[in-house]
Design a protein around this ligand. Structure first.
Ligand SMILES: [Fe+2]
Length: 207
């Protein structure tokens, strides 16, 4: 049965202090306009403004390569700049890395694909409590994704091993938790005979 829970988002989000580069605007000239806009925020940013700014960027990995550390077991959130009202992150993904299925309650979230191709899988809630996949988008370099408040999605690097994905994300305000969802899990069917589960899962307990 699908459930909705909230989860924290890794070391960048759980740290008690706000990390990032204090000199981000000068250290990363290609990001200067975005950084200066974000550092001037004293409230939640408008999603369309974030998407428009990301759409105007012309950036490659080498423009912020020192912020492109990769995780070994999961995608990594690298903080470029942050305040209570925003965070600008470089997300790095090896082949097979993916986010949980999540929504964007209370936060404006937009990102741009910088290197590689990402896959977005969109979901909708159903009366059962399960979320249902309703579409996918292959996101090539330059693609900008702007997630509305109630959008539920999952982002993944489904490229072949050895092919990285790098995305540049803005959240406003800074996000520390998000609602996550389960698509579907099954231990196989209940049976009315003594045969083992055809899917190889554990037998159901006897009554
Ligand atoms: Fe998202």
């Amino acid at each position: 049965m699908a459930t909705t829970t909230s989860t924290t988002l890794g070391s960048a989000a759980t740290s008690p202090c706000i990390k990032g580069y204090p000199d981000a605007a000068t250290r990363f000239p290609k990001l200067a306009e975005v950084v200066m806009y974000l550092q001037g925020l004293n409230g939640r940013a408008d999603l369309s403004v974030l998407a428009e700014m990301l759409g105007r960027l012309d950036v490659k990995r080498e423009d912020f390569s020192c912020a492109c550390t990769f995780g070994s077991k999961a995608y990594r959130r690298n903080t470029i700049a942050a305040s209570p009202w925003f965070e600008l992150l470089a997300l790095t993904w090896r082949s097979g890395h993916c986010t949980p299925i999540h929504d964007h309650t209370g936060v404006s979230c937009a990102f741009r694909v910088v290197e590689g191709s990402g896959t977005e899988i969109r979901f909708e809630k159903t009366p059962s409590g399960l979320v249902c996949p309703v579409g996918t988008t292959l996101m090539k370099p330059g693609y900008v994704c702007a997630a509305e408040e109630n959008d539920i999605h999952q982002v993944a690097n489904m490229q072949a091993p050895g092919t990285d994905l790098i995305t540049l994300h803005i959240y406003s305000p800074r996000i520390t938790k998000m609602n996550v969802y389960t698509f579907a899990c099954s231990e196989g069917a209940e049976r009315d005979d003594a045969e083992p589960n055809v899917y190889g899962a554990e037998r159901l307990p006897e009554c």
